[in-house]
Design a protein around this ligand. Structure first.
Ligand SMILES: NC(=O)c1ccc[n+]([C@@H]2O[C@H](COP(=O)([O-])OP(=O)(O)OC[C@H]3O[C@@H](n4cnc5c(N)ncnc54)[C@H](OP(=O)(O)O)[C@@H]3O)[C@@H](O)[C@H]2O)c1
Length: 330
């Protein structure tokens, strides 16, 4: 379904014009683990479509198979060892995106207030042997000083940001007719201002290091394209409409600045996370019901969309991916 490169088993010698037997059965792989192999794989060069890039992988057949598995996603190889900031990485969509990027070999700074969750995820990624690393950072995205300190720490410890995934977001049940101003501010400060400050700082970080192929991805919502018929979602929807405008405005400013940095938003429908439990924090049954009446999107579905967007060749600018659960009506 997702346009990823097919991952297939590569038998030693079978693809590099070598003399190894191409009829070797898969059961032989374990027995021949000590045999070294050089395997060449080719896929379309993301910098030069029409041309193929080749990599050679040296090692035992089992090592080669494993390493090719992680290298095989066409278009993601150029991001290996580069730095992605993922906001709201302590759970839900942000945690899934951080994990997927670490699996692709990136260095990921994951931030949120509940930094303990990100530390656990970092340990999980490490013990799974993923090629990248996850660096947990505590940051309250409603506080500009916190955000600026985080960017300054990234600059001094890791040079700077190449990819910024603005994922952190929340909804409070404050309606337009009787909601509290503080609830509106909570949403606005993270969903709109925090996202905009991170975007500005990420862009400045790219420019000062002459990074011309960076990417800023905003996790928007279908509520950023149509107003849901639920009063508790109206102010939230307004913040997500802002994300729609901010993403397109950013795309235009990036072109005016004559860069090749890309701006994308991904707009999911209902994703099964803690989101509804935070919205309806006084009514967990209502929150649970949000996810019970249909097969919802999983955070990993959104993470796959992020990987797809990043893996497109540099001349391809995806503006928005709108994705709903198949059974979702509104
Ligand atoms: N779930 C859905 O149905 C759905 C649908 C469409 C779009 N989205 C969007 O997807 C994004 C991720 O949501 P989710 O579903 O994964 O929700 P979630 O499970 O509630 O996760 C939200 C993340 O945002 C972080 N966050 C919230 N306030 C923050 C603050 N002041 N400072 C730093 N981090 C903060 C949280 O971290 P801490 O609390 O640890 O700080 C958490 O990591 C949001 O932008 C949301 O609007 C969700």
């Amino acid at each position: 379904m997702w346009p990823f490169a097919e991952q297939r088993r590569v038998e030693p010698g079978a693809e590099a014009g070598q003399s190894g037997s191409s009829s070797r059965r898969s059961s032989d792989w374990g027995r021949s683990a000590a045999v070294a192999a050089v395997v060449t794989r080719e896929w379309p060069d993301p910098y030069d479509p029409g041309r193929n890039s080749a990599i050679q992988v040296l090692g035992s057949p089992s090592e080669v198979g494993g390493r090719l598995g992680t290298l095989a996603r066409a278009g993601m190889e150029r991001w290996r060892d580069r730095l992605a900031l993922v906001t709201g990485a302590s759970g839900g969509v942000g945690a899934a995106v951080a994990r997927a990027l670490v699996q692709q070999g990136l260095k990921v700074v994951g931030c949120a207030r509940t930094v303990g969750n990100i530390e656990e995820l970092a340990a999980e990624c490490k013990s799974a042997g993923y090629p990248g690393t996850l660096i947990p950072y505590r940051c309250d995205l409603s506080n500009e000083e916190d955000i600026l300190s985080m960017f300054s720490a990234v600059r001094s410890q890791h040079s700077g940001v190449d990819i910024c995934i603005n994922n952190a977001g929340l909804a409070r049940p404050d309606t337009l007719l009787s909601g509290s101003t503080s609830g509106w501010k909570d949403m606005f400060n993270v969903n709109v201002l925090g996202l905009s400050i991170c975007t500005r700082e990420a862009y400045q970080s790219m420019r000062e290091r002459k990074v011309d192929d960076g990417h800023i991805i905003n996790i928007n919502s279908m509520s950023g394209h149509q107003v849901p018929p639920q009063s508790v979602a109206h102010f939230y929807s307004a913040t997500k409409y802002a994300v729609t405008a901010l993403t397109e405005g950013l795309r235009q400013e990036l072109r005016e600045a004559q860069t090749h940095i890309r701006a994308t938003c991904i707009s999911p429908g209902v994703v099964e996370t803690q989101f509804a439990f935070k919205l309806h924090d006084k009514d967990p049954e209502k929150a649970a019901a949000t996810y019970e009446h249909m097969k919802c999107l999983k955070p990993e579905d959104v993470a796959k969309a992020v990987i797809y967007v990043l893996s497109t060749p540099p001349h391809v600018q995806i503006g928005d991916i709108q994705m709903r659960p198949t059974e979702q009506v509104t």
